[in-house]
Design a protein around this ligand. Structure first.
Ligand code: ZN
Ligand code: ZN
Length: 167
């Protein structure tokens, strides 16, 4: 899809370009989930690191072992990247199912990408110092991200495990 974010093109199976299920290039749908963030009542939000904010989610394919970066606040968010509020931190926490303790999940992901015209006016024409962007980059700068998990073991769903405003 034309508007699917670059780093998700191979793995986000989508009809609208920006929401759908994560399926590995090997065909598997079950992933281990590792992250960096602040756990909040079963969900996860930004972790404050000094004056910056970290939120990183990676998926590890149970079929072929490949690891995929799903979201990094420092790289994929308007506030994180354009406003410089994001920081990359190691995804060293493992998400487990609260019901059965399982560590494999099916993953649904939905992102709001920046409006192209607004991106051109606010970012392409006035980039943050030391950075430069082209209009196509708007698909990789997000205003919102939602990640839902479904335990592969018991079917428990964790809706909006990540539900983060990014602009
Ligand atoms: Zn795989
Ligand atoms: Zn479970």
């Amino acid at each position: 899809m034309k508007n699917t974010p670059t780093h998700l093109k191979e793995i986000l199976k989508t009809i609208d370009g920006t929401s759908g299920q994560i399926i590995c290039t090997c065909g598997a749908r079950d992933f281990g989930v590792r992250y960096c963030g602040e756990p909040r009542g079963g969900m996860v939000g930004f972790k404050k690191c000094g004056s910056k904010y970290a939120l990183v989610v990676n998926a590890f394919c149970n079929g072929c072992g490949k690891s995929w970066e799903l979201f990094d606040n420092a790289k994929h968010s308007y506030n994180g990247l354009i406003c410089g509020e994001g920081i990359t931190a190691p995804a060293d926490m493992t998400r487990l199912c609260p019901e059965c303790g399982g560590s494999l999940f099916e993953i649904e992901m939905s992102v709001d990408i920046e409006d192209e015209q607004q991106f051109i006016e606010e970012v392409v024409e006035m980039p943050p110092s030391g950075m430069s962007f082209v209009p196509e980059d708007h698909i990789d700068v997000w205003d919102w991200v939602v990640i839902d998990l479904k335990c592969s073991g018991c079917g428990k769903t964790i809706e909006s495990w990540v539900n983060a405003e990014l602009s």
